[in-house]
Design a protein around this ligand. Structure first.
Ligand code: URA
Length: 273
């Protein structure tokens, strides 16, 4: 992909500005004064999970609003008759838009499936759509989403370079956490997204997402824990909505994000001041 130099300059400028803002929020540049536990010894084996079936009893509808971009798949991946990743995800999105498996669909304005690149190495899983997301059909577009965007930029990613979705695709009333039954009713959608995108790392945002990705032990801490789900390495951290209420926790989240980058073999960009 060749970028227009002006667009590239603008993108770099935006990323640098976001990093400076974020670092000011977390209390300066460099590693925060929080001890970072060692990275897990997680070996991610090549996937053997079969793709989610594409035939469905659900009648086909227009896909929910999703911002997905796809790089052309390598020829080897284009087996004759095998549905493309984009096709599988578009079908799942259309099924989510028509889903009535739990009561959350009753007040849905729009189902909220995903945003970002379907070829992303990094996936974020949130809890469920809020009011803005329900209206716009896109995850993390409200105040928590703006903070998440700054976190993503501080990590050195463009906004749409990562893949973002939620445990449930319809808004829980009053922005409450989804119940285990609601999370269970939406299970195939999230699992299908994970199986199709196959990122290198999934970051669970908040306890609901951490629970859904089996990152919460019976007792004990869950934030900062690495795990594995459907063959993909996972890491739990606090939800950006919680950070808006408890900004002092941004430091520990930044420590988690740096460990995520370390796992991905990257460092945060350095901002010149
Ligand atoms: N909170 C979430 O967990 N997801 C969203 O999409 C928005 C807010």
């Amino acid at each position: 992909m060749s970028l227009d130099p002006c667009d590239e300059y603008d993108a770099l400028l935006r990323a640098a500005r976001a990093l400076v803002e974020w670092e000011e929020e977390v209390g300066g540049a460099g590693f925060p004064a929080v001890e970072a536990p060692p990275l897990p010894d997680v070996r991610v084996e090549p996937t053997v999970t079969p793709p989610a079936p594409v035939e469905s009893a659900v009648p086909r509808r227009e896909p929910a609003t999703t911002a997905v971009r796809e790089r052309p798949a390598p020829a080897s991946a284009q087996r004759e008759g095998a549905p493309s990743k984009a096709a599988r995800l578009a079908l799942l999105a259309s099924e989510a838009a028509a889903c009535t498996a739990c009561d959350l669909h009753r007040e849905r304005q729009k189902s909220v499936f995903s945003r970002g690149s379907i070829d992303a190495e990094l996936m974020f899983v949130g809890e469920g759509p809020g009011q803005q997301e329900d209206l716009q059909g896109e995850p993390f577009v409200g105040p928590a989403g703006q903070l998440l965007d700054r976190m993503i930029a501080a990590m050195g990613y463009a906004r749409d370079e990562v893949y973002i979705c939620n445990v449930v695709k319809c808004r829980p009333p009053g922005n409450r956490a989804p119940s285990p039954a609601e999370a269970g009713a939406c299970r195939d959608f999230l699992d299908g997204q994970i199986d199709a995108v196959r990122p290198r790392l999934i970051i669970a945002l908040g306890r609901s997402a951490a629970e859904r990705l089996a990152l919460v032990p019976e007792s004990g801490r869950w934030r900062g824990e690495f795990g594995e789900y459907r063959g993909i390495t996972t890491l739990a951290t606090f939800h950006p909505a919680y950070l808006l209420r408890s900004p002092e926790q941004k430091k520990v989240v930044w420590a988690d994000l740096k460990r995520a980058l370390q796992f991905l073999g990257k460092s945060p960009p350095t901002a010149s001041r």
